[in-house]
Design a protein around this ligand. Structure first.
Ligand code: PGA
Length: 260
């Protein structure tokens, strides 16, 4: 099996202010060594991207600490009359290397469909960003035994038209919606089962060698005390962390759990 570098990203959502964004980014950068060998990404609100870029001392997307910057969303267009939107090249311009796309909050609160997510994935890849593409089922879908169907449809739809060779340029985040912000984490077995399914879907879109290169994160109430058991699963290559990414004392131990 291909060795995949683990990746742990902090999705700060619509939290913190400028001063807190700066100090949290500085704290993560200064303690980065605790998670050596794990790719770390911070995704602040877009108005604080430059603040975090300066705290990380980013130059052209690279920082001395190796902590990378990511957006939480992006437009599928590169410029023009799209009030309120942020274009992928703009994210690159301020130092982003990653962008979260199709987060369940975007899907459920802002009506993002798989087709919209796919258009954004194409635009992000064209700009040279690594999309973190989120998928995951609702509680009622899990209870109805529809998890595999729902996740399969989301993966195929959100990656529609992506060339097989480009799949390793993106990251998939499996985030069961019922586990996001609820404190109700999927068991490592439940997560591994879906991660394995996602990898087999990726193999169907390409081949097993290509699929083995794609990193698949788990997201949904990841905390320092459950990260190790998740990290022990073969297809769980990192975490997309919401609430626990807002404190360096929680985020670093989670990232450290994914050290090889
Ligand atoms: P949570 O959020 O860690 O607060 O559950 C995860 C996410 O929404 O990415």
């Amino acid at each position: 099996m291909a060795a995949r570098t683990p990746i742990v990203a902090g999705n700060w959502k619509m939290n913190l202010d400028r001063a807190k964004s700066h100090s949290l980014a500085e704290a993560v950068a200064s303690r980065r060594g605790e998670a050596a060998g794990v790719d770390l990404v911070l995704c602040p609100p877009s108005v604080y991207l430059e603040t975090v870029a300066s705290a990380l001392k980013l130059v052209g997307g690279s920082s001395p600490s190796g902590v990378a910057l990511g957006g939480q969303n992006a437009c599928d267009k590169t410029s023009g009359a799209f009030t309120g939107e942020v274009a992928p090249p703009m994210l690159v311009d301020v130092g982003c290397r990653y962008v979260i796309l199709g987060h369940s909050e975007r899907r459920t609160l802002y009506g993002e469909t798989d087709a919209i997510v796919a258009a954004k994935v194409h635009a992000a890849l064209a700009a040279g960003l690594t999309p973190i593409v989120c998928v995951g089922e609702l509680l009622e879908e899990r209870e109805a035994g529809r998890t595999a169907d729902v996740v399969s449809k989301q993966v195929r739809g959100s990656l529609a038209g992506v060339a097989a060779a480009d799949l390793p340029k993106l990251v998939i985040a499996y985030e069961p919606v019922w586990a996001i912000g609820t404190g109700k984490v999927a068991t490592p077995e439940q997560a591994q089962e879906v991660h394995a399914l996602v990898r087999s879907l990726l193999a169907g879109l390409s081949d097993t060698t290509t699929a083995a290169k794609v990193r698949i994160q788990y997201g949904g109430s990841v905390k320092p005390d459950n990260a190790k058991d998740l990290a022990a699963k073969p297809d769980i290559d990192g975490a997309l962390v919401g609430g626990a990414s807002l404190k360096a004392d929680d985020f670093l131990p989670i990232a450290a759990a994914f050290r090889g």
